[in-house]
Design a binder for this molecule. Structure first.
Ligand SMILES: Nc1nc2c(c(=O)[nH]1)N[C@H]1C(S)=C(S)[C@@H](COP(=O)(O)O)O[C@H]1N2
Ligand SMILES: [Mo]
Length: 400
């Protein structure tokens, strides 16, 4: 995997990056990971130990090192469908802006018949909408040590579409640019220019019913790090689209080509054409790919249960299968106590005849259109040449 983009994500993850730069990915990191995973458990984490009385967590041989003091999902004790806040990752490229909530205003501008500026109170007076949606960074899973950048939360705000319509979108508008108040100087060709973070959605994507301007996360006002006072929530899309510290929405008649829409967060893939040629194509990171992970393995009185999560962007998830060593794929049982469209689903399989020794466990998600989460050696992954949007199957090793 190329290693450049870890750096762009790692505004969040300095200690993780240091680990990578020092090349400590072998035995040392493993020991650290396992020690901290199971020792801190109950006392230190809202997520708890991940097991009930009478059960035992079977540690992974490839346990993930956790960056101390950094919020990241603890897969190996995964219990909560709504991610505990202290495990909810954060990514910001230009840092967390100071006082973003002070005198807050959201400007609706560009190709609109009736441009408007709204305060937070104005937004709160508009119709309220709540949606639970899973937020995944498109860098999640792109390197062997970066897989905790996903979380599930309930978001509350006002739907974007009615507000845009009320502002009178001009017929020639093709996209909306969403600007954050965070900014930094970026080198563009030969010179430096001050740039605010910005991302765009086509008009059709922006007018989806479930896109909201959110001011609450899990019933609390948004935290500064998660975009207070207002962020965009784009269920089914990778995190880069969920613009934090949103201060300006601009209807445009031409494509915005900035760092986050055109230069970075771009995926290069080869597409095999019928005549055998491979067409190499770059596209901007968009909806989330079909994906699943084995999260934890628990020993019970009567056998072993393997538990994990799966998610699928805009297409509903249909099933999750699990493979133990070289056996056939087994259908898992998907937990149906939570089944909202843009959220991850938890799944389990019971493993009744585990033989003592080392084993490899891997899961694959299948969506309603019949797409199957690809294996590392499949063309879909082999022909993906860049870091973002990694959704390859992720084998995990255990010893029972
Ligand atoms: N304004 C702004 N919004 C942003 C970003 C940013 O750097 N600035 N990072 C994006 C990325 S890459 C991700 S993965 C999500 C992370 O959201 P979180 O920090 O609330 O988890 O925010 C997105 N929104
Ligand atoms: Mo991200």
């Amino acid at each position: 995997m190329p290693d450049i983009p870890i750096q762009s994500v790692s505004a969040e993850l300095p200690s993780r990056r240091r680990v990578i730069q020092r090349g400590l990915l072998g035995a040392a990191a493993l020991t650290v990971g396992r020690g901290s995973l199971y020792a801190v458990g109950a006392e230190d984490r809202a997520g708890g130990t991940g097991v009930s009385a009478g059960e035992e967590l079977i540690p992974f041989l490839d346990a993930q090192p956790l960056a101390p003091g950094k919020a990241t999902l603890h897969w190996d004790t995964l219990t909560d469908w709504i991610t505990p806040m202290d495990q909810f990752f954060g990514v910001q490229h230009y840092g967390v802006p100071k006082d973003a909530a002070e005198g807050y205003k959201l400007e609706c501008t560009g190709l609109l018949d009736k441009p408007r500026t709204l305060t937070l109170d104005d937004l709160k007076k508009l119709p309220k909408k709540e949606i639970t949606a899973t937020l995944e960074c498109s860098g999640n899973g792109a390197s062997k040590t970066f897989m905790g950048a996903i979380g599930n939360a309930k978001w509350t705000g006002t739907p974007l579409a009615p507000l845009l319509r009320e502002c009178g979108l001009a017929a020639e508008a093709i996209e909306i640019a969403f600007w954050g108040s965070d900014h930094k100087s970026e080198k563009i060709r030969d010179a430096e220019y001050d740039q605010n973070f910005a991302r765009t959605l086509s008009i059709a994507d922006a007018l989806r019913d479930d896109v909201i301007l959110a001011y609450e996360m899990n019933g609390e006002p948004l935290a500064a790090g998660h975009g207070a006072p207002v962020r965009l929530v784009v269920p089914g899309w990778y995190g880069i689209a969920w613009v934090k510290w949103l201060t300006r929405m601009e209807a445009r008649d031409r494509r915005l080509m900035n760092r986050f829409t055109a230069r970075d967060y771009v995926t290069l893939r080869g597409k095999e054409l019928p005549d055998g040629h491979v067409s190499w194509q770059e596209s901007s990171v968009g909806p989330m790919n079909l994906k699943s992970m084995v999260a934890k393995v628990v020993r019970r009185k009567d056998g072993i249960t393997v538990m994990g999560a799966a998610w699928s962007g805009l297409t509903p998830l249909k099933s999750v299968e699990v493979k133990i060593d070289d056996r056939e794929w087994l259908a898992s049982k998907i937990d149906d106590s939570h089944s909202e469209p843009y959220t991850w689903r938890f799944w389990t399989i019971d493993w009744t005849d585990p033989k003592p020794g080392e084993h490899t466990l891997v899961s694959r998600a299948i969506d309603a259109k019949g797409n199957v989460q690809p294996a590392q050696e499949d063309a879909a992954i082999k022909l993906k040449k860049t870091y973002w949007e990694a959704n390859q199957q992720w084998p995990r090793r255990i010893k029972v």
